[in-house]
Design a binder for this molecule. Sequence first.
Ligand code: SF4
Length: 96
Amino acid sequence: MATDPNDSNWRLRAACKGSNGELFYPKSALIKESKEVRQRREELAKRVCLRCEVRLCCLDWAMRNGEVVGVWGGKTERERRAMLKGSKKGVIFQVG
Ligand code: SF4
């Protein structure tokens, strides 16, 4: 698995490359997904992320750049927010 956060070409090896992103983002910012639809979509996205060789680079990029929407590096926006909250409290989080 590639883990170098300085690897700027990580997107080229993304398992989601070429997808339209429908699993990774809500369909619309204007229409709220039901909890069930969101959870199902996120689980399917996470399955893709699990087999992605650049998952750590992706998550690192999202965390550094404050991505607030979507599944990045196998983590949902809520999970990333929790990770940030924990890191501000001095909790060291483990990616995985
Ligand atoms: S970790 Fe997931 S969102 Fe990130 S590049 Fe890989 S498949 Fe795409």
